[in-house]
Design a binder for this molecule. Structure first.
Ligand SMILES: Nc1ncnc2c1ncn2[C@@H]1O[C@H](COP(=O)(O)OP(=O)(O)O)[C@@H](O)[C@H]1O
Ligand SMILES: [Mg+2]
Length: 206
């Protein structure tokens, strides 16, 4: 099963993934965690280029393509092999982030963005996507507080509002794949909610 966590900046994805993975491992699942952009040696180099604060000249199409390069490598080198072994893959962001950020955020054509995603992933889609939904200002404030600030975080608040709204559109378009969780709750409550959803899905899927 391929599970992805999505959501605006500071919604708790990176802090929740290891806890959820550990919970599933204790229940006997072979869990591999990864993150985007990155998750491979090549992808982590691309991550550096994408996140560098001095890369202000980067065009949205450049950005979109760099994300797909990192993703193609991650899918082939890491995600597909682990799914092929019958494992669970838990990813901190995936293709929906490109639709939300480069599509809804930057305003790139959604059909064109969808086409480069399909090319990069070879059509691999998550079985379940968990949206950690949070007020944009609250999320950015959390990021400022923890000092983990990159080039994409530094886009305008309006950009981040379009991203969040984009995620809501993606949920509406494919409600069976998505579950929305209120990320404004304390971390422990968010983790409880994530565990509940994932266990239900894993049982249903056998
Ligand atoms: N539910 C929460 N309540 C308060 N602070 C949180 C919560 N979840 C995460 N944080 C804090 O917010 C910051 C960003 O969290 P992080 O997991 O890196 O978010 P993301 O990966 O979604 O951007 C971290 O300092 C983290 O400790
Ligand atoms: Mg993160």
């Amino acid at each position: 099963m391929f599970i992805t966590l999505e959501g605006p900046e500071g919604s708790g994805k990176t802090s929740q993934v290891p806890l959820l993975a550990e919970f599933l491992r204790q229940r006997g699942f072979d869990v591999l965690t990864t993150r985007e952009p990155g998750g491979t040696a090549i992808g982590e180099q691309i991550r550096e280029v994408l996140h560098r604060l001095d890369n202000t000249a980067m065009h949205p199409r450049t950005e979109a393509l760099l994300f797909q390069s990192a993703r193609a490598q991650l899918v082939e080198q890491v995600i597909r092999p682990h799914l092929g072994r019958g494992g669970v893959v838990l990813s901190d962001r995936y293709a929906d982030a490109t639709l939300a950020y480069q599509g809804y955020g930057h305003g790139l054509d959604l059909a064109q963005v969808g086409a480069i995603i399909a090319f990069a992933t070879g059509g691999l889609k998550p079985d379940l996507t968990l949206l950690l939904d949070l007020d944009v200002e609250m999320g950015l404030q959390r990021k400022v507080n923890c000092g983990d600030w990159n080039r994409l975080d530094a886009y305008t608040v309006e950009f981040h509002r379009r991203v969040r709204e984009g995620y809501h559109q993606l949920v509406q378009a494919e409600p069976e794949r998505w579950v929305t969780i209120d990320a404004g709750q304390p971390s422990e409550a968010v983790q409880e909610a994530l565990r509940g959803v994932v266990m239900q899905r894993l049982n249903v899927e056998g």
